[in-house]
Design a protein around this ligand. Structure first.
Ligand code: SF4
Length: 90
């Protein structure tokens, strides 16, 4: 079974309405060691989450790589990246 600890991709990649967390932005409750700093008070959406085959699909050595893999699986592009695109046309 996939171990959920210290991956943290799901604490960064998806938007989480219950936390007011936008797509692709790090949850403010994610600690530097990639564990949840409000674990006992985390919202229901986080409590319901269970690791599955997606975890293996997005596995990578760094958090940034895992987040990018997560976003790519769902075809998602964070607004900050959209802002940085364009302007190369002629
Ligand atoms: S509240 Fe905790 S488990 Fe939920 S996204 Fe934030 S850091 Fe992750």
């Amino acid at each position: 079974m996939t171990d959920c600890l210290r991956c943290a991709a799901c604490c960064v990649a998806p938007d989480i309405t219950a936390l007011g967390k936008p797509l692709g932005q790090r949850c403010p409750h994610l600690g530097p060691d990639l564990t949840c700093t409000i674990y006992d008070q985390r919202p229901a959406v986080c409590r319901r989450y269970r690791p599955d085959e997606l975890c293996d699909r997005i596995a990578a050595p760094t958090l940034d790589e895992r987040v990018q893999n997560y976003l790519a699986v769902f075809g998602l592009v964070p607004p900050s990246r959209l802002d940085g695109e364009g302007g190369q046309g002629g």
